[in-house]
Design a binder for this molecule. Sequence first.
Ligand code: ATP
Length: 633
Amino acid sequence: MRLKRSGAGSGVGTGPGFGSGAGSRALALSWRAAPLDTTLELATTVAMGLIPAAGAWTGKLLFDELARGRAMDPGRASWLVVIGALLTCSQVALTQLNGQLARRVQRAVALRAQDLLYRSVNAFPGIGYFEDPAFQDRLRLAEQGAQTAPHDINILLTETARNGVIITGFLGTLLAVWPPMALVLLVTAVPAAVAQRALAARRARTTEETMESQRRRFFFQQLLTDATMAKEVRLFGLGDLFHGRLLAAARQSADADLAVEGHGSRVQTALSLLSATVAAGGTVVVVRGVAAGHVSLGDLTLFTSAVLGVQGALATIIGQAAQAGKTLRLFRSFLEVVHAGPDLVGGSAPVGPLREGIVFEDVWFRYHAGAPWALRGVSVTIPAGRSVGLVGLNGAGKSTLVKLLCRFYEPERGRILWDGIDVRELSIVDLRRRIGATFQDFCRYDVTAAENIGVGDVTRLDDRAAIRQAAAAAGIDATLAGLRDGYDTLLSRIFFDADRERGLALSGGQWQRVAVARSLVRRDADLLILDEPSSGLDAEAEHEIHRALAEHRRGRTSLLISHRLSALRDADVIVVLEQGRVAEQGTHEELLGTDSQYARLFAIQAAGYRDTPTMAGTSVAPAMPVTPVGSAR
Ligand SMILES: Nc1ncnc2c1ncn2[C@@H]1O[C@H](COP(=O)(O)OP(=O)(O)OP(=O)(O)O)[C@@H](O)[C@H]1O
C-alpha cells in the first residue's frame, strides 16, 4: 500500500511534490517552533560574521604601524592590540551564545516535528499503512528529516548570512590588493558546489536505500533482547542465527555508509587541493608585489587572511547547502507522511444506537492488490440484540471480517451497513465508540492492572468500580485485587514501579481475561466482538468465562469467534466461513441436523473429548457440556 496523495503538491517520491516548497516549509516549522530563539540565532550569527573582517583589518593596521619602525605610535599600536583582543573575546562569547540558541531551536523544532508527525500518524483511521514496508521506511526517514532539516536550513541561512558578511568584507580587501583574485575564488567555488551537491544527493540516496536494512537490524536487535522472545530464542538456539542476521543487516548499511564516505573524502581532498593551489598562486603574485615594493607587509597579511577567509566562507556555504539539500530530501518524507491523508475515508454522520442490525452485503476484500481474496462476496447479518457465532478453519477470513467491521480497512467491493446506513458515511470515531472488542492478538500494556482494563474506555480510566465490575465479569477481579498493590500493581517485566519495585507478570490466561475485561468495560457498547476470547484458558476457566460472557451478552449484539464450537452453541445464529465465503449459517441445532462442515467439525471435537484417555483410563469430561453429534439440545 502506498501513501495516498492528498491534493496538489503532495506527491510521493520523486515527482514535483514537495521539492520546491520543502525548504520554506522546514523554515516555517523552525520559525513556528521557536520564533524568538530563531531570530536571536540569526542575529548573533550575522554579528559573528562581522568579527573576522574587523579582526583582519585590525591586524593589518597593527602590522602597518609596526612596519613604520621608529616612527611607530606605541599608544595606537597598543589600542589596536586591545581592540584585537576584544574582538576575540566577543567572538568567543557570541559563539557560545549562538551555540546555546541553536540547541534551543533544535530542541523546539524536534519536539514540534515529533508532535506533528505522530499526530498525523495517530490520525490515520485504518491500519493498512502500518503493514506497508514502504510506509515504515518512509516513517523512519520522516523522523530523521523532521529532526534535522529545519535545523540544517536554519544553519544554511545563518551561515550564508554570516559568511556572506565575511566574503563581502574580504572581497573589498582582495579588490584593493589584487583584484583578479576575487574572480578566481568565485569561479573555483562553482566546481566545489557541483561536487558537494552530488555528494549530498548520494548520501541521501544511501540513507534511503539502507533504511530497510536498518529496520531489519532493529528487528533482530529486538528479537535478541525482548523478554517475550527470550524463551524461544534460547530453547530453539536461535541466538546465533539472529545474531548473524543482525550483523549482516548492520554490515550492509555500514558498508553502504563507508562507500559513500570514502567517495566523500576523495571529493573533499580534491577540493582542498584546488583551494590550496589557488591560494598559493595568488599569494605568489602578491609576494612579488611586496618584493617590488608596491605592496606593504600589512597588505600581504591582509591578503592571505582574506583568501583563507573567503575560501573558508564559500566552503561553509557550499557544504551547508549540500547538507541542507540532503536533509531536505528526507524532510520530504516527513511532509509526505504528515500530508498523506487518511488511508480510508470516514463519513461525518453520527452513529446512533444499533436498532436493526449490521449487514455485510456482498463484501470482497484483499489485503493489497495482487494478494488473494480474504473475503469473497460475504453476505451476513448480525441482528441487533442477537449473538452471532463465527466459525471456520484457520485463514477462513473470520478476523478479517471483524477488522472490516471495526473499519480498519475498506472493503474493495460491497457494503457494510449499520442500521441500513453504509458505514462509509458514518463517523469512524463514533462507530468505534459503539464497539467493544477483544482481538485474537490483544495487547499487554506495561501499565497498572487497573489501567490495563481502563484503557478499554479512557473515560473510565479512573472509575475503579466500573473496572472491577468488568474484571469480575471476566473472572479476574479476585486475582488482580490480590496482587502486591492490588489494581495499582504494575504489570510489566521491563519497568520498575514508582517504588522501584519490579513489575509483576501475569500468566497467559490471566492476560486473556484482562483483555476480555478491557472490552467489557465499555458497558454501553452496542456491539461486543470477541475473537477467540478463551483460547488460553484452562477448562474450568473457559467454562466460567463463557458462562459469564453469555450472561453479559444477553440482550446485546455480539459477534463471537471461537474454534471451540461448544462455546458457540448458544449463539442465535452461527455463520461458517470457508475460504472467505459464507459456507453455512443457522442455529447450532439446524447446522448439526445437516451434513454440514459445522457438524463435521463439531463431531471431531466431541469425539476428541470422548476418546481422550486419562491416566486412570477414564475419559476426560468436556470443558463445556457438549451435545452428541446430530442430537438437538
Ligand atoms: N495483515 C494481513 N496482511 C495480509 N494478509 C493477511 C493479513 N491478515 C490476514 N491475512 C490473510 O487473510 C486470510 C484470512 O485471514 P484471517 O486472519 O481473517 O483468518 P481467520 O479465519 O481469522 O484465521 P484464524 O482462525 O487462524 O485466526 C489469510 O489467508 C491470511 O493469510
